[in-house]
Write a protein that binds this ligand. Structure first.
Ligand SMILES: Nc1nc2c(c(=O)[nH]1)N[C@H]1C(S)=C(S)[C@@H](COP(=O)(O)OP(=O)(O)OC[C@H]3O[C@@H](n4cnc5c(=O)[nH]c(N)nc54)[C@H](O)[C@@H]3O)O[C@H]1N2
Ligand SMILES: Nc1nc2c(c(=O)[nH]1)N[C@H]1C(S)=C(S)[C@@H](COP(=O)(O)OP(=O)(O)OC[C@H]3O[C@@H](n4cnc5c(=O)[nH]c(N)nc54)[C@H](O)[C@@H]3O)O[C@H]1N2
Ligand code: SF4
Ligand SMILES: [Mo]
Length: 697
């Protein structure tokens, strides 16, 4: 079985408290505490981990609504009737029946060509056991197609690696002593709450907060200044900022000389970018760029929080690479409260090879990109004959949704979906398997937004017949006759393997200590300024303004501006038909499409809305509250207009991700988004999307 030392659950009438971790795809990776009475979880609250500071966000404070929802899938199900929303019905089946059916189908396809089988997963839960362990081992051993898991952050990760050497940055716990905080393509009030509370503390201590974003988001509303750049133009903005800083000799010549590579080449490049040139591209005044540059170069400490919003565009990798040059130029890394943060995952030393066992891969399987799963299901050669979906809801979250749905609707495709609820993707499943929630499983977590490792222990027994991901793959491996010993590893053995690598930052952290304490800080200094004395993890050890690696990969070796695919300069004909840029960033009370079916979250986020500027609305005869049609060549959705100057002119905003079957007309924002990939990292371009908007007829 999956758990080798699950302690006895609560004795009758005894109340126990279990240390847990929020499993969601959120930089905060909060510590949680669960109170359990008579085997029932009765309370959930924030743990005492310093970053969480005893508070959870509104949605996860209601986690018990999720675990005990009457809508949970409680047993395996088999489809009866055709595929598609509102089409088939479900017949309850046993686990043996479900696993035998899957193993027989996979066995038959694998005998022919295992690449006909595609795993499809992302970050429904971020724990290393559920996210990437037994599942990867299983599909590797099978020889299935490899999934490129690039739907979220791969462009930014590739871009930052060129400049800084990896997914590394300032310690977010130091930001309260910054004097200037630039929130750039990020919305921490919604998507990084515990970082935001530190920004508020900095504000109380006198810091200035500036938000650079096409949308006056919930965070910008609380900042001193909002700079409304056009989507996908951040690199142009940053190049002009560097033009001013170097031109006015505001850079930190000493830090630059010691800890950066290619300053002279950079100087040559940014000479091409006077603020007036960037202003025309970004849709902001040149004076605003100049003033920002002076302020950024002179405020000390200066912190920049970028997030993934700016890299969901074709030029997203280069945008992140370019913006991340700024702190080295002004010497912001000298201060523990200065620098830049995209993600912290590069500071961890987990043993991913032990978890995923890439050595088991059979043959040389093709790669399938998860961002273009629509095209893959409809056109891949050899065809995809079976998909196993877990930790993800592609019919709602993947771009160009009409194609995704058409692909999943193929009658000759065998689809398994393992989830907690009957999602939009389940509407196309042949077999649905019931998943546990985080309260019912072991897991071990790193974070991409702080510097702690956390352990999640199960608080309650699995609800209904639900099983955790790793357990299902253990059972399937047996049915497939896989004899490697790694398929017998229990969850806790896997957790030990994850922490088993010798790495300086992991010193003193093992599964037993972690399970006992709940969380441990990486073995890094308390008041840490990671690059005060250089030491970047790049090939040169310096912050690379000039990058040989970029050159070898076929990119411009210097920071540059790579325009969106869909914008008036790149494609004037398209922009003639579809003049508005649509972005669809996270809704506050959802976590991607997670929670978007629960009554409390639906009551808070109410209904899909499109923010549109009064000028753009007036030009189309649209009034507040009108139902409007948003469309382009890929598709259309109907949504309620919210006329507001929070959307800059030329930009419309549809907070996401709504379940299609719970939205008007069964459509969400991904009806119009594109399967095109980013410049680096083969990532998704959700916000590189031109549309037209009209009053719904
Ligand atoms: N409540 C909640 N929290 C979440 C999520 C959720 O759905 N709901 N999702 C989670 C996940 S998976 C992720 S990856 C993170 C995402 O967290 P973020 O990266 O913060 O989310 P995004 O909305 O993608 O980007 C944030 C901001 O980028 C802006 N933006 C869009 N395009 C551009 C651009 O070209 N330039 C600039 N400067 N800004 C731009 C958007 O308007 C938005 O305000 O949040 C996580 N946390
Ligand atoms: N238009 C638009 N589309 C977007 C985005 C956007 O900003 N705009 N954001 C993109 C981003 S950043 C991301 S990361 C993706 C996210 O896309 P997904 O990773 O698909 O995220 P979710 O929609 O949260 O779906 C996760 C599913 O996993 C299930 N789940 C949770 N825990 C478990 C478990 O332990 N086992 C199993 N088997 N299932 C589990 C949940 O119930 C849920 O249905 O969406 C992308 N799509
Ligand atoms: S979703 Fe984010 S902020 Fe909310 S509890 Fe989870 S980790 Fe914390
Ligand atoms: Mo994401």
């Amino acid at each position: 079985m999956g758990t080798d030392d699950l302690r006895p659950l609560a004795q009758p009438a005894a109340r126990t408290t279990v240390k847990a971790v929020c499993p969601h795809d959120c930089p905060d990776t909060c510590a949680m505490e669960i109170d359990v009475e008579n085997g029932v979880a009765v309370a959930v609250r924030g743990g005492d981990m310093p970053f969480t500071d005893n508070t959870l966000c509104t949605k996860v404070a209601k986690y018990l609504d999720r675990t005990y929802s009457p809508d949970r899938v409680l047993t395996p199900l088999r489809r009866v009737g055709p595929k598609g929303p509102g089409q088939g019905t479900w017949e309850r089946i046993s686990w043996d029946d479900a696993l035998d059916t899957i193993a027989a189908k996979f066995g038959a396809i694998a005998a022919d060509d295992p690449q006909g089988i595609l795993p499809y997963s992302y970050a429904g839960t971020m724990g290393m056991i559920s996210y990437a362990s037994m599942d990867r081992r299983f599909f590797h051993r099978l020889g299935a197609s490899l999934l490129e898991r690039t739907i979220c952050s791969s462009a930014g990760s590739a871009g930052i690696a060129l400049t800084l050497g990896g997914s590394v940055g300032m310690d977010p716990e130091q930001v309260e002593d910054a004097k200037l905080i630039v929130i750039w393509g990020a919305n921490p009030v919604v998507s990084n709450l515990h970082f935001w509370s530190r920004c508020q503390e900095a504000k109380r201590r006198g810091a200035k907060l500036v938000c650079i974003d096409p949308w006056r988001n919930q965070t910008a509303e609380k900042c001193h200044q909002w700079i409304p750049v056009m989507p996908g133009t951040d690199a142009a903005f940053a190049l002009a900022v560097m033009h001013v800083i170097i031109g006015e000799k505001l850079h930190d010549a000493d830090y630059v000389a010691q800890h950066t590579l290619g300053f002279e080449a950079l100087q040559g490049r940014v000479a091409e970018w006077p603020p007036e040139r960037a202003a025309a591209i970004c849709g902001v005044d040149a004076d605003v760029i100049t003033a920002f540059a002076r302020e950024y170069a002179t405020a000390k400490p200066a912190a920049i929080r970028i997030n993934y919003g700016m890299q969901r565009h074709h030029g997203g990798g280069m945008a992140v690479r370019t913006v991340t040059c700024l702190p080295a130029l002004v010497g912001a890394w000298r201060d523990r409260s200065g620098g830049i943060l995209l993600g912290t995952s590069g500071f961890y030393g987990l043993d991913h090879d032990a978890l995923e066992r890439p050595d088991l891969i059979r043959g040389n399987p093709r790669k399938v990109n998860m961002c273009s799963v629509g095209d893959a299901l409809l056109e891949a050669d050899p065809p995809i004959r079976a998909v196993y979906v877990y930790n993800s809801n592609p019919v709602a979250v993947a771009p160009d949704s009409a194609k995704v749905a058409r692909g999943f609707a193929r009658e000759d495709l065998f689809t398994v979906v393992h989830d907690i609820f009957l999602t939009d993707t389940c509407d196309y499943a042949d077999i649905v398997l019931p998943s546990t929630t985080q309260l019912e499983q072991f897991d071990v977590h790193k974070s991409y937004g702080h510097l702690y490792v956390l352990a999640n222990s199960p608080a309650i027994a699995p609800v209904g017949e639900s099983k955790a991901n790793a357990e299902v793959f253990r059972l399937l491996a047996k049915r497939m006759g896989f004899e490697e010993a790694c398929f017998d590893d229990s969850d806790e053995t896997v957790a030990r393997q994850a922490l088993g690598k010798s790495h300086p930052n992991m010193a003193g952290i093992d599964w037993d200590s972690l399970k006992e304490k709940g969380w441990q800080r990486l073995s890094v200094p308390e008041n840490w300024a990671p690059f005060a004395n250089g030491g970047f993890p790049t090939p040169s050890g310096k912050c690379e303004f000039y990058s040989e690696t970029a050159k070898a990969l076929g990119f411009d070796p210097l920071p540059t501006y790579t325009p969106p695919i869909e914008n008036p300069v790149s494609n004037p004909v398209l922009a003639g038909n579809y003049p508005l840029a649509m972005i669809s960033p996270p809704a506050r009370h959802f976590l991607n499409s997670t929670f978007a079916n629960l009554p409390f979250a639906l009551a808070l986020d109410r209904e899909p809305k499109l923010d549109i500027h009064p000028d753009d609305a007036a030009a189309r005869g649209i009034a507040a509250g009108d139902l409007v049609k948003v469309f382009n060549d890929r598709g259309a959705l109907t949504i309620k207009a919210r006329v507001t100057a929070n959307a800059r002119p030329g930009v419309v905003v549809a907070q996401s991700i709504w379940w299609k079957k719970l939205s008007p007309g069964g459509c969400n924002a991904n009806e119009v988004t594109s399967q095109a990939l980013t410049d680096m990292g083969r990532g998704a371009t959700f916000y590189d999307c031109l549309v037209q908007v009209a009053k719904a007829g």
